[in-house]
Write a protein of this length. Structure first.
Length: 89
């Protein structure tokens, strides 16, 4: 095998290696874009979760307030019933 042939083979191998590296680079860029997109999605979901937590806490406070109001109304009703029973007696 002549030196020219060996040189041509090396050049062909370098071309194949170069093409493979370009393909791998494109794959890595694609993966990196996917990671960036996933990170943005995670951030959006985290913000949504915080909003939902805040809404849930607000609802819990409203429920507690309404339960207290219901308790007070029940006590008022019990007083009214007691007054009606004493009037009827």
């Amino acid at each position: 095998m002549s030196a020219l042939q060996r040189l041509q083979e090396k050049i062909e191998q370098w071309k194949r290696d170069h093409d493979e590296i370009k393909r791998q680079n494109a794959d890595l860029k694609s993966q990196l874009a996917g990671v960036a997109g996933a990170h943005e999605a995670k951030e959006a979901l985290s913000l949504e979760l915080e909003n939902k937590k805040s809404q849930c806490q607000s609802h819990e406070e409203t429920i507690a307030s309404l339960q207290q109001e219901l308790k007070e109304k029940d006590e008022e009703i019990e007083k009214i019933i007691a007054q009606v029973e004493s009037l009827l007696a």
